[in-house]
Design a protein around this ligand. Structure first.
Ligand code: HEC
Length: 113
């Protein structure tokens, strides 16, 4: 949780000086903001452990995944580069900042949670 202050500053700086040419923005998302966003994910990815409770099909573990991997996966759903219909709907409802915030939160979790 102590990482958070730095994240806030980095995000604020990124917003102030955001230039399209700097698309590879190294600023990571806001962990606390991400935490409030993942409640909608719990239904499928599970509450503790992000294992699927219902519906009863395979849902990948997302807690403790690598930050860059999560940003890439969610961006791919958002852009339609990954075809899964339910996750695509999730991705489309998220802004790029939401995706970074969610990735910051999920990557901060222990994979065994
Ligand atoms: C309606 C059920 C459902 C909801 C709600 C849902 N997911 Fe998913 N999610 C899935 C399924 C099923 C997959 C596997 C899709 C596939 O095979 O491409 C998946 C895949 C993913 C992946 C890719 C994991 C990997 O290893 O490739 C990520 C990241 C992810 N979800 C994050 C989220 C986040 C963040 C939210 C909330 C904003 C969310 N999901 C909400 C069902 C859901």
């Amino acid at each position: 949780m102590h990482k958070n202050t730095a994240c806030h500053l980095a995000l604020a700086a990124a917003t102030l000086f955001s230039v399209p040419a700097l698309a590879a923005d190294p600023a990571q998302g806001d962990l606390q903001a991400g935490k409030s966003l993942v409640y909608t994910c719990h239904g499928c990815h599970g509450v503790t452990g992000y294992k699927n409770a219902y519906p009863n099909y395979h849902v990948p573990r997302i807690a403790g995944q690598n930050y860059d991997y999560l940003v890439a996966a969610l961006s791919e759903y958002k852009k339609g580069e990954r075809a899964h219909p339910t996750m695509r709907a999730q991705g489309e409802s998220l802004s790029d900042a939401d995706i970074r915030n969610i990735a910051a939160y999920l990557s901060s979790l222990s994979p065994s949670q």
